[in-house]
Structure formats: C-alpha cells, structure tokens
Ligand binder design. Structure first.
Ligand code: R5P
Length: 300
C-alpha cells in the first residue's frame, strides 16, 4: 500500500453517495482524508448535497449507476462545490460511467449522450476522469483527459480461487471478445466468443448456436462489461446449456441488474453473479480500490 499524502499535500477524497465504501477504500489506500458528502433527497426526488470545504486537489468518487441521472447530478453538484471552494485540480473517479453506451447516433435523430456528458464535466471543473471498463473506445474519444482502468485482473484473481472444472471464458458477443481473451490469458484457460445480435428497435437478443469447441461438462465464466437486463448472459447460458456445459458463472464490471434481472439470471441456471463494487450491492464481490489507487498514483 502506498500513501499519496507523503508525496502530495492537499489531496482529499470526496465520497459520493453512490460509492461511499469504494471512496473509503481508495482514501485508505492513498492515506488521504475523506470528505463525505451528506445527502438529502427532497420529496420531488431532487438531491441536496452538503460537503465539507474542499482542498486544493479533490478526488471525487461517484459511480453513476441507476438511478443514473440522480447519481450524475450529485456528481456534478460535488464537482461544482469543489470548484467554488477553489480546488485547483478535480479528478472524478466514475467506475460506471452512465451514457457510455450512447456513444453514437444508432438511429437517425438520436442524441450522442456521452458527448454531452464530457461537456458537463468540463463545465463544473472536472479536469480528469478515471473510469472502469468503459463500454467502447469511441466513448473515450469524447473526453480530453480520461483513464480507463480494467477490472479484468481483479476479476481473474477472484476466479482463480473459485475451484472451477476445466473452465472456459465466454464472451456473450464479439464486441467483448478482447475482454474475455484478456481474462482467459490471466487464468491460462480457453476462450469462446459467441455471436450476439440485438435488434436496434425492439432490443431483442439472439445468439448464434454454432460453436467451434467442445464445451461439454466444463465450467464456464461468462464475462461482460455490463449486466443490465441480464438478457445477454441468459441467452449465452441457453446456448451453452444446449451444448452440455457444466456450471455457469456470470462475471462483470458493472452489475446494473435492472428490475428482476438477478432473479431471471439465477432461474436461467447461472450459479452465481460476481461483479465489482462499481455498483455496490449483493453481487459486488470484487473491490476496485487497488487498481483505481494505482491509476491515481500514476496520475499525481
Ligand atoms: C453490450 O454490448 C454490452 O457489452 C452488454 O453485453 C450489455 O450491455 C448487457 O446488457 P443486458 O444485460 O441488458 O443484455
């Protein structure tokens, strides 16, 4: 463990309401004081944020998981407060960066929301962003200063202790193939990338059932950046089960798990959901603080 305060004074970690435990872990690793945001939600749903006086260098930790707009607004409010207090440098640690999937106009007339996000952060004085497993390289391109930390080494470390039988890493789609390959490399296991198709308007997901590998009785870890409705991992599980797979585990950086997603995933025969604390909750079994603290150290 290193202590940032030994080399840099005036650094404080602001703990946003969406990431209080992660912020605490990061502050401990940095040996930096914690400035905890006090939150009140008004009856109309608006947030009220109260923050201690910010120092020269502020690291605001706030993931923008659902309710995404609320967490985003809280983050903007915290950054505005730090700027108003005279902070010279504000770094926002946003493990789950909402709107990153809206990185282009898929249909005519659609707003490229991630572009707006980048402009909003600049407006409130955020100078640098650290995020985790952002959905696409294109999303990164809208920001002037952003670092994308991979959760794969930490997820692989967790998987290495799971006592798996002849495991394979599975990507539910070709877009996630590189992530699954990196994960498989850490564990020295086979990798399989399924071919997923999503209907742009209805959102319906289908998966090609032709596999070029014998997977019978082997354990599978389906690894993705985000599990949202659970549709992608469930479709992947259905295909794997038809081919006689053994146990199936779902791993991801960001377990949004909208509505009944967790229940549906378990009902589909998936043994366990394992995610990082990018989205805090029952499934956030992997702490991101070591990787984020390393990224911050290289920054300051
Ligand atoms: C899609 O390209 C992403 O990598 C994820 O596979 C997707 O966002 C997961 O969403 P859902 O759980 O709703 O299928």
């Amino acid at each position: 463990m290193f202590y940032l305060s030994e080399t840099l004074t005036g650094v404080s970690v602001v703990a946003g309401p969406g990431s209080s435990d992660l912020a605490n872990n990061i502050a401990t690793r940095l040996g930096a004081p914690l400035n905890v945001a006090a939150l009140r939600i008004f009856s109309d749903g608006e947030s009220n944020i109260k923050l201690g006086k910010a120092g020269k260098n502020c690291i605001i930790v706030q993931s923008t998981h659902p309710p995404a707009d609320t967490h985003l607004m809280q983050l903007l409010m915290m950054a505005k407060k730090c700027t108003d207090d005279g902070a010279q440098h504000i770094c926002a640690v946003i493990p789950y960066l909402c709107y990153a999937r809206q990185d282009r106009a898929f249909l005519e007339g659609e707003v490229v929301s991630i572009d707006l996000m980048a402009k909003l952060f600049e407006t409130v004085g955020v100078k640098h962003i650290i995020t985790v497993d952002i959905h696409s390289q294109l999303a990164l391109s809208y920001f002037t200063s952003i670092q994308n930390v991979s959760s794969v080494p930490l997820l692989a470390e967790y998987a290495s202790k799971m006592n798996l039988h002849d495991p394979i890493a599975v990507s539910p789609d070709e877009g996630g193939a590189n992530r699954a390959k990196e994960f498989a490399r850490y564990l020295d296991i086979d990798v399989l990338a399924l071919k997923k198709y999503r209907h742009r308007v209805t959102g319906e997901v289908t998966v090609d059932e032709k596999l070029d590998m014998d997977i019978s009785k082997r354990d599978a870890i389906v690894i993705d950046d985000i599990i949202s409705s659970g549709g992608s991992v469930i479709k992947a599980a259905e295909v794997l089960q038809k081919k006689g797979i053994g146990r199936i585990f779902a791993m991801c950086a960001h377990a949004l798990l909208i509505r009944e997603a967790a229940q549906k995933i378990k009902s589909a025969g998936i043994q366990e959901i394992i995610s990082t604390n990018s989205v805090p909750g029952e499934y956030s079994k992997v702490d991101l603080s070591s990787e984020i603290a390393s990224a911050l150290k290289s920054r300051y």
